[in-house]
Design a protein around this ligand. Structure first.
Ligand SMILES: *[C@@H]1O[C@H](CO)[C@@H](O)[C@H](O)[C@H]1NC(C)=O
Ligand SMILES: *[C@@H]1O[C@H](CO)[C@@H](O)[C@H](O)[C@H]1NC(C)=O
Length: 337
C-alpha cells in the first residue's frame, strides 16, 4: 500500500514538474503561477533541496567555489605557496572540465606537520560540505586500516569493493590514502586500475573521483632544496615548482622504502600532480599558534605564542631554521599553556 502511494506521488510530482518545464519554455507569467501551484500542492520542486538539507546528497555537478578555496588556503595554510598554487590549479581545472579523461590524482609530499592532512581536510570541505565526515569522503591510513601483511589479499579485495561501491553511489567520491609510503605494493596495485584512463571499469566510470595520496617520501630532499635557498640568501617564496620537480621524481620514488617505488603509478603517469610541502620555520609555527588560539575563541596573547613556538625543536643543528615536527604538536602544547 505504502509503496503504491509513494509511486503515485512520485508520478504526480513528475507530471507537475514536466508541466512547469513546458510552461517555462513558453511564457514567464504562467511559469510563476505553475511553480506556485506545484509547490503548494506537492512541494515537489523543493524536494531535492529539502531532502539535501537533512540528509547528505552527492552533488557530482556542484561547481567548486575556487575563490572560497583560495581564500581558505591563504588564510589557514602557512608557508606553503607552492602547494596552495598547485592545489588550486588542479582542482579548478578538474572541476571545470565536464569530461575528465581520468580521475584526479594528487600526491602530497613533505615532512610531518607541514600541512598535508590539513590541506586534505580543507579541500574535502570544499568538495563535500561535511568534509572528512562526509559519506563521500574516505580516509585510509596504511598502518591503521591495512596493518597485517598476511592479509593483503583480503585488503585488496575489500579496498576494490569499497572503491567500486562508493563511486557507484557517488561519482565525485574522494579517497585519501595517508602514509602512502607505508602502503603495501599489493594495495597500490589494487588501486591502480581505478586511476587509469578507462572510460569504465566493469560498468562504472571513475573519472569524476578524486584520489589524494599523502606521504613523507621526498621530505628530506624538499628540505634540502629549501635549505639551499636559505643558505644562498634567497627568499623561500622564490622556490618554484621546477626547483623541486626533479627532486620529487628521483627522491620520492627511487627510495627502496617507499611503496610508490614498486608501483608503476609513476611510470604509467597515473599521478596528475606532485605537490611539495616545505619545512616550516619559526615564524610559521607562530602563525599556527595564533590560528589555533583564534579557532578556540581565545584572544591572541603574543607571550604564549612565543612560548609555544620556542618549545618546539628546530634543525639543522647549527642554524635551527626548521621545526622538526612542523606545526604538528602546536595543539597539545597550547593545551598545556
Ligand atoms: C564563493 O565564495 C566567496 C568567498 O567566500 C563568496 O563571497 C561567494 O558568494 C561564493 N560564490 C558562490 C557562487 O557561492
Ligand atoms: C564505502 O567505503 C567504506 C570505507 O570507507 C566502506 O565501509 C563501505 O562499505 C563502502 N561502501 C560501499 C557501498 O562499498
Amino acid at each position: 500500500m505504502l509503496l503504491r502511494a509513494g509511486r503515485l506521488g512520485g508520478a504526480g510530482g513528475l507530471l507537475l514538474l514536466l508541466a512547469v518545464r513546458a510552461a517555462a519554455a513558453f511564457e514567464p507569467i504562467s511559469v510563476g503561477l505553475t511553480i506556485g501551484a506545484a509547490s503548494l500542492l506537492t512541494g515537489y520542486l523543493s524536494y531535492t533541496d529539502f531532502f539535501c538539507r537533512f540528509s547528505e546528497c552527492c552533488r557530482a555537478e556542484q561547481p567548486l567555489n575556487a575563490s572560497a578555496l583560495k581564500l581558505d588556503l591563504e588564510e589557514k595554510l602557512f608557508g606553503q605557496h607552492l602547494a596552495t598554487e598547485v592545489i588550486l590549479k588542479a582542482l579548478t581545472g578538474f572541476r571545470n572540465n565536464k569530461n575528465p579523461k581520468k580521475p584526479l590524482s594528487l600526491s602530497l609530499h613533505g615532512w610531518a606537520g607541514t600541512g598535508k592532512n590539513f590541506v586534505s581536510q580543507i579541500v574535502t570541505e570544499h568538495l563535500h560540505s561535511k568534509g572528512l565526515k562526509s559519506n563521500f569522503v574516505h580516509l585510509f591510513v596504511s598502518t591503521l586500516h591495512f596493518p597485517h601483511e598476511t592479509k593483503i589479499k583480503l585488503y585488496q579485495d575489500q579496498l576494490q569493493k569499497w572503491i567500486r561501491g562508493n563511486v557507484t553511489a557517488c561519482a565525485s567520491s574522494v579517497f585519501i590514502f595517508d602514509e602512502m609510503d607505508k602502503l603495501h605494493p599489493g594495495l597500490i596495485d589494487a588501486i591502480k586500475p581505478f586511476l587509469d584512463y578507462y572510460e569504465q571499469v566493469d560498468g562504472v566510470s571513475y573519472r569524476k573521483a578524486i584520489f589524494i595520496f599523502l606521504s613523507n617520501a621526498g621530505g628530506d630532499l624538499i628540505t634540502k632544496v629549501a635549505l639551499d635557498f636559505w643558505r644562498a640568501g634567497r627568499k623561500r617564496e622564490d622556490i618554484q615548482l621546477k626547483d623541486l620537480e626533479p627532486v620529487l621524481s628521483v627522491g620520492a620514488f627511487n627510495n627502496k622504502h617507499s611503496g610508490l617505488w614498486h608501483s608503476g603509478l609513476i611510470d604509467k603517469n597515473l599521478i596528475d600532480y606532485y605537490i611539495p610541502f616545505l619545512p616550516l620555520e619559526y615564524r610559521h609555527v607562530k602563525m599556527c599558534v595564533r590560528a589555533e588560539m583564534k579557532a578556540r575563541g581565545m584572544t591572541v596573547d603574543e607571550d604564549i605564542v612565543t612560548r609555544v613556538a620556542e618549545e618546539m625543536t628546530f634543525f639543522p643543528k647549527d642554524e635551527k631554521i626548521y621545526s622538526d615536527k612542523g606545526c604538528k604538536t602546536v595543539q597539545s602544547r597550547l593545551d598545556f599553556h
